[in-house]
Design a protein around this ligand. Structure first.
Ligand code: OXD
Ligand code: MN
Length: 598
């Protein structure tokens, strides 16, 4: 018997050990370091889920909700110090600092490993080490990747089995190969002083300690599918992006696939699950993914995208039957709610849910909520974790190993000023510049101040696993490998008028913008050339039924204000100066062209 078997769990479950010698060797070394009492080898089965759920409830990690109202659903509240991604504790550990670039925290790998080694030493004494084999992407896809996460958090296991394809499917995909991501995670004592989300892209490895929060602890998501994958994508000729992917089907049955990058908590899930307004008879939107896209040129000459995930880790506040009816149906069963408010009889509530707050609400910190306190009942970054298959608008292509051919790429930020509702870039290079110079207001998805405009290139600032300047270069370079290039657009749903009201109603009405975008891709919609790109005129967009959208209001929403753009250029320059040494020349050229046009 090998030593790993000796410390494997005693019951019938938790025994799916692979034969892969690289996996076994690494787990043995990790187990020797963290010294767990048990090793539980997850198989991803329903039986295992029932067992782990029961254990999590016994341990008080999960609270079952009212099973009539919320079948299969559970509640979790986290340590109040651990509610969001921590960019200041997130590191890219490459041998040379230049490789990580000026937008990432960097530490020399040996130094970081030493620090982590000390923290990991004996950290799982008396605890169970769960082995989570998982596959990012559809089974059988040339784009999919295997990861193995070792964690001492049962909450992480139960979330990972929603977010990724977990169990035998991953071992089968891996076979005897050495090509898998090694992920080690432990919550330790959940102390922000001892919190490190460390990436070693050169070794395809992640070590995350001190946090149980989704983006820091579900290692398949931001750590592997974005930071490590972006690094791998650069070397292997593909793109790992913070993008939703959706399918638009028009009344003739033609399908067009769109990828869109928005920063965290800016409505990607809502956009990916959008229901078109009533007047759009015969139009249908289906969801391929709501957060991450892996895109690679395919033999048909087009850029094909898959969603590496298998579930949604969405922001609860603001989700309701008007903003996102499909999400409300998705979360109605088999969902884990984290840090929303709850009632003693097993209901959940958050700010912006359809109903007013029920009496006896317990806030996200577990205390009775006083509506007069001025405090939020649910944390602004409270979340739901739901299986993708619950989504009534799930695209049939979501599981297609070939992925879907992308016709349009949309970049978008949350901007109260400056940015019009929509414009189209003149070319691929100009589009890359538009994405690279994107700015957005910060949100509660990361610890720190909320509402400040910062540069967030391609919505990847917190997620790019290497030098951002090289990342722009990689985007430019992709042009040579894609025969039929997607068109590139920029949108802003959040512009405000002089009275501080949103210019555009958003949500389902975004279909009107999408229709113009699709039309542009197929050469069926007109536009006017402006300094910043191609913009729709009032008559180019379908605004039927939007009485409030007069020509004057439309013009105000689309205005390119010279003063605001002068300021924008200064702000863009801050990032470009930071990246100056690695910035592709084309980027500087595009900037000069914009200045000249403005
Ligand atoms: C997320 C994020 O959780 O971007 O998707 O923070
Ligand atoms: Mn995200």
């Amino acid at each position: 018997m090998n030593p790993l078997q000796a410390i494997s769990s005693q019951g019938k479950l938790g025994k799916l050990q692979p034969n892969n010698p690289f996996v076994l060797d690494w787990i043995q070394k990790t187990a020797d370091l963290v010294q767990p009492e048990n090793i539980f080898w997850c198989d991803g089965s329903e039986e295992e889920k029932a067992y782990l759920m029961e254990q999590a409830v016994k341990q008080g990690v999960l609270i079952p909700l009212d099973q009539k109202k919320w079948p299969g659903c559970h509640y979790h509240h986290s340590n109040p110090n651990d509610v969001a991604r921590v960019e200041q504790c997130t590191y890219i550990c490459t041998r040379r600092q230049k490789e990580a670039g000026p937008t990432n925290n960097w530490m020399e790998p040996k130094a970081m490993r030493q620090k982590l080694q000390a923290l990991l030493q004996g950290s799982m004494k008396g605890r169970t080490l769960f082995v989570i084999p998982y596959l990012m992407g559809p089974s059988g896809s040339r784009l999919s990747k295997v990861g193995v996460e070792l964690t001492d958090s049962i909450y992480v296991v139960l979330n990972m089995r929603i977010m990724a394809r977990m169990g035998k499917v991953a071992w089968d995909h891996l076979g005897n190969s050495e090509d898998f991501n090694r992920g080690t995670h432990t919550v330790l004592d959940c102390n922000p002083e001892r919190r490190f989300i460390s990436h070693f892209p050169e070794e395809n490895e992640i070590i995350s300690v001190g946090s149980g929060y989704g983006g820091n602890a579900l290692l398949g998501k931001k750590c592997l599918a974005l930071r490590i994958a972006s690094y791998l994508g650069r070397d292997e000729g593909w793109l790992a992006e913070h993008m939703l992917v959706l399918c638009v089907q028009d009344p003739e049955g033609r399908k067009t696939y769109v990828a869109a990058a928005f920063p965290s908590a800016c409505g990607k899930t809502n956009f990916a699950m959008m229901i078109p307004p009533h007047s759009y008879k015969g139009w249908k939107i289906t969801t391929i993914g709501d957060d991450i896209a892996w895109m690679k040129p395919a033999p048909d000459g087009r850029l094909h995208a898959i969603n590496p995930e298998n579930g949604y880790f969405g922001v609860a506040p603001g989700t309701n039957l008007k903003s996102n009816p499909n999400a409300m149906k998705t979360i109605a069963r088999d969902t884990i709610f984290t840090n929303v408010a709850r009632t003693p009889d097993g209901d959940v509530w958050w700010e912006g849910k359809d109903n007013p707050p029920p009496a006896d609400l317990i806030d996200w910190k577990g205390k009775p909520w006083d509506p007069r306190s001025g405090e939020k009942a649910a944390h602004p970054n409270s979340r739901f974790t739901s299986p993708m298959k619950n989504n009534p608008a799930l695209a049939v292509e979501a599981d297609d190993p070939q992925g879907v051919p992308i016709s349009a790429i949309i970049f978008g930020g949350r901007r109260a000023t400056t940015m019009p509702l929509v414009f189209q870039a003149f070319s691929w290079f100009h589009g890359v510049f538009v994405g690279a110079s994107m700015g957005s207001e910060t949100t509660a998805a990361a610890v720190g101040s909320v509402g400040q405009v910062r540069r967030d290139p391609m919505a990847m600032l917190p997620f790019c696993g290497y030098n951002m300047g090289q990342y722009f270069d990689h985007w430019m370079e992709m042009r040579r490998h894609i025969e039929i290039l997607p068109r590139i657009f920029h949108v802003n749903w959040f512009r405000k008028d002089g009275a501080g009201r949103f210019c555009w109603p958003g949500f389902g009405e975004n279909m009107r913008v999408l229709e113009w975008i699709i039309g542009r891709c197929h050469g069926q919609k007109d536009a006017r050339e402006k300094s910043i790109g191609w913009v729709p005129r009032f008559d180019d967009m379908n605004l039927k039924g939007m009485e409030e959208m007069t020509r004057e209001r439309f013009d105000e929403m689309m205005k390119i204000d010279p003063e605001e753009w002068r300021n924008e250029l200064v702000l863009q320059n801050e990032l470009f100066l930071k990246l100056y040494h690695e910035l592709p020349k084309e980027m500087i050229y595009q900037r000069e062209l914009l200045v000249a046009r403005l």
